[in-house]
Ligand binder design. Structure first.
Ligand SMILES: NC(=O)c1ccc[n+]([C@@H]2O[C@H](COP(=O)([O-])OP(=O)(O)OC[C@H]3O[C@@H](n4cnc5c(N)ncnc54)[C@H](O)[C@@H]3O)[C@@H](O)[C@H]2O)c1
Length: 247
């Protein structure tokens, strides 16, 4: 694909959680290609360093923050550190979250998934937004449109979208809020899925006959964050190759 520019202003910055892999990394790389400075967050320092290395050729300003987004103090400190490094950050991609296969107790998992989106959004909103500010959360078709085997994953993703709708209705004076809902996306956490029996069954139902790439999800996210989407607020955008249409 050639270069795409959704009309971001020069000097604009984006904060991305879960930027050390998959969808968050792809958003970071495409944001940098569009000229945005990037505050990249992840709890995995190794993955985060790989992303930072990949960002280097773009020549944009990069801020690195190793943190678990379920930790209040780490998030508050990260917002302060990112602001000191990059100045006001008007764009937020709330993307980090555990894999649905993670062995987590239900209550704790919901607290991690939904609480982290609330925590990062509140800390960010207190310090940085302003004209043109926008937040996108990575939700999922799971929970919002279909049930999946992981009870906490379905419940958490649906709840995150409920929170996004609340923000869209009650905080629109500060920032726009939208949800991007990936279908099956080819990231490290789904390694081997395509080749599995379940993977083949799912693929057979996807009209576009492939999994999403992390780039597909990054483009949808950056569009919703951009000035090109300035009248879009509170939407749930499935990026699933038409999978849900066939359910
Ligand atoms: N891959 C898919 O098919 C798919 C489908 C629907 C939704 N999603 C969602 O997309 C988002 C990104 O997933 P991905 O597929 O890119 O996975 P990934 O495993 O490739 O990347 C996730 C990154 O988030 C980080 N992370 C996880 N928990 C964190 C925490 N508490 N604090 C900070 N960083 C944390 C991980 O270290 C990792 O680097 C997740 O919210 C996931 O639920 C993925």
């Amino acid at each position: 694909m050639g270069s795409i520019d959704f009309g971001f202003a020069r000097g604009e910055s984006i904060l991305i959680t879960g930027a050390g892999s998959g969808i968050g990394r792809a958003t970071a790389l495409h944001a940098a290609a569009m000229g945005l400075s990037v505050s990249a967050w992840d709890l995995n320092p190794v993955g985060l360093d790989e992303t930072i290395t990949l960002l280097e050729p773009s020549g944009i300003q990069v801020h690195r923050w190793v943190a678990d987004v379920s930790d209040d103090d780490a998030v508050e400190a990260g917002i302060a550190d990112a602001g000191a490094a990059l100045g006001p950050i008007r764009l937020l991609h709330n993307n980090a979250g555990p894999a649905s296969s993670a062995d987590l107790p239900f209550d704790r998992a919901v607290e991690i998934c939904v609480g982290s989106v609330r925590r990062v959004t509140d800390a960010w909103a207190r310090t940085t937004p302003g004209d043109g500010a926008a937040m996108v959360a990575t939700t999922s078709v799971a929970g919002n449109l279909i049930g999946t085997g992981s009870a906490w994953y379905s419940a958490s993703k649906a709840a995150i979208m409920g929170y996004v709708r609340h923000l869209a209705a009650y905080r629109a004076g500060e920032f726009r809020s939208n949800g991007v809902a990936p279908g099956m996306t080819d990231t490290p956490r789904l390694a081997g899925f395509r080749e599995s029996d379940t993977g083949q069954q799912v693929l057979a139902r996807i009209p576009l006959q492939r999994m999403a790439s992390a780039d597909d999800i990054a483009y949808a996210t950056l569009f919703l964050l951009s000035p090109a989407a300035s009248y879009i607020n509170g939407v749930f955008l499935p990026v699933d190759g038409g999978w849900m249409v066939t359910q």
